[in-house]
Design a protein around this ligand. Structure first.
Ligand code: SF4
Length: 462
């Protein structure tokens, strides 16, 4: 591992507590009812800015043919692919409705298809969706565009990968989780190494710029030894980016997790050993820790953006296109326009009904107050770059940073004493032992947290 991360089990155990992942601030728990007209006004304002922002499009494709027991995503599980046909037509109509709102000279520099399983849909359906998107939005063909898709290797073949490239995707994210057959059976996701490697090689031969893999630690039957075997196999495949997520067992909230036998889950101590082993092994293999579960090779754009100070965080995790307004489409999708948040209806029936009536499916959102916008900038800066210089904040917000955050400064003192961060000349630097706990540091600046955390709304950091 780079010198940028130190694993300290005692500190992790002491500081680890439930908190948000800060893909937005305030989080979606603060959203309230939103009328379509309000959203349209926000878009209009964004069109009229002196330099309108480019666009990032997110399409939620929620269908899966099988359930993975650990899953906490918004998805619809069905073996009958015909059930998803009406969704494609609703999504196409939403793309047309949304596209009319945005000035056509606003280039789409970032696009992401997330799931569910986007490759649940066949190549013709995917072509249809991308074609419709291109009819209503100004899709970039530039090299710096970031068009990414989540792929389930069990639901993809080499031909599909070539179709995705033809459609303009240049980044691919493969769901793996664990290669151990016992673990795979325990979570109902049996996926061979060959399936994964075949799709990875197809992505390479089709000139995808970046291949990412998702792993999960803390799954049933996992041990340090078994997970290191998985990790070695993954490292041998040399993905450009890796996400290693912590499995949060919340069976009261997520029904499918009730299929997981609690007795088969690794102990807290074993999970810590797995995390430590993961960090050490990825470091030895040349990966750098980006933050919040993410690792990348030093030549990957994610790391370069972090070095440049232009890394951003949104609903898809870390992002290299901080400058975009985000248009979320599909059931439950969340967008962010002019710094305001918008979410579509979360049930497929209600979503389709709104679209059938010729309306957008927005139902809730949030226009953050100036104080929340300031805190969002602080949290984003810390979670993306591990340091914060108050000077630019003071200039932009016309305030004395540490006078404004006097209570937070006091709250940070214990973390300073424990070596998680330093505060020198007013500048916060998250130190190597604090980097795994960066969201706990961010939580100090979150003024909505206490009530929500007490309600069990969030998972733990580790
Ligand atoms: S983990 Fe992915 S593939 Fe599995 S059920 Fe959830 S969304 Fe579907």
């Amino acid at each position: 591992m780079s010198e940028a991360l130190i694993f300290d089990p005692e500190l992790i155990t002491r500081y680890d507590r439930a908190g948000p992942r800060y893909t937005s601030y305030p989080t979606a728990l603060q959203f309230s009812e939103l009328q379509e007209a309000e959203y349209q006004a926000w878009v209009q304002d964004s069109n009229e800015e002196p330099l309108p922002r480019p666009l990032s499009l997110y399409l939620h494709l929620p269908y899966c043919s099988r359930i993975c027991y650990y899953c906490a995503c918004t998805k619809i599980v069905t073996a009958n692919r015909a059930h998803a046909v009406p969704y494609v037509s609703h999504l196409k109509r939403e793309i047309a409705l949304q596209g009319r709102l945005y000035d056509n000279d606003r280039k789409v520099t970032q696009l992401h298809w997330g799931g569910g399983t986007p490759t649940f849909f066949n190549p013709e359906q995917m072509r249809d969706l991308m074609h419709t998107t291109g009819e209503h939005f100004n899709l970039s063909r530039g090299k710096s565009r970031e068009y990414s898709i989540e792929v389930d290797p069990r639901e993809t073949n080499e031909f599909t990968v070539s179709v995705l490239r033809e459609l303009g995707f240049n980044r691919i994210s493969l769901g793996v989780q664990d290669f151990d057959l016992g673990v795979q059976r325990a979570v109902n996701r049996v996926q061979s190494e060959e399936q994964t490697e075949q799709i990875l090689l197809a992505a390479r031969s089709n000139d995808f710029h970046s291949v990412s893999m998702d792993l999960i630690y803390g799954l049933p039957l996992q041990t340090l030894d078994s997970f290191m075997v998985t990790l070695d196999k993954v490292i041998a495949m040399a993905p450009d980016r890796l996400s290693v997520f912590n499995y949060a067992h919340l069976p009261k909230r997520f029904k499918s997790q009730r299929q997981i036998k609690t007795a088969e889950l690794p102990s807290v101590e074993e999970k810590l050993r797995i995390l430590q082993g993961t960090i050490e092994r990825l470091g030895a293999a040349g990966y750098v820790f980006i933050g919040m579960d993410h690792f990348a090779r030093p030549d990957d754009e994610l790391y370069r953006a972090q070095q440049r100070g232009s890394l951003h965080r949104n609903f898809q995790g870390y992002s290299t296109h901080a400058e975009c307004d985000l248009v979320g489409m599909g059931m439950s999708a969340i967008g962010a326009v002019g710094g305001n948040y918008i979410q579509n209806k979360r049930e497929v029936g209600a979503y389709g009904q709104a679209i059938d009536e010729g309306r957008l499916a927005v139902y809730r959102g949030l226009a953050p107050e100036p104080e929340d916008r300031l805190r969002r900038e602080v949290i984003t800066q810390l979670i993306c770059h591990f340091q914060l210089d108050p000077a630019p904040f003071e200039a932009r917000w016309q305030l004395d940073f540490w006078e404004h955050f006097a209570a937070e400064k006091i709250a940070l003192q214990e973390m300073i004493d424990d070596g998680l961060l330093s505060l020198t000349g007013g500048v916060i630097r998250v130190l190597p032992p604090g980097r795994l706990l960066v969201r706990n540091i961010c939580m100090v600046f979150d003024c909505h947290l206490p009530a929500r955390a007490a309600g069990g709304a969030y998972s733990r950091a580790i």
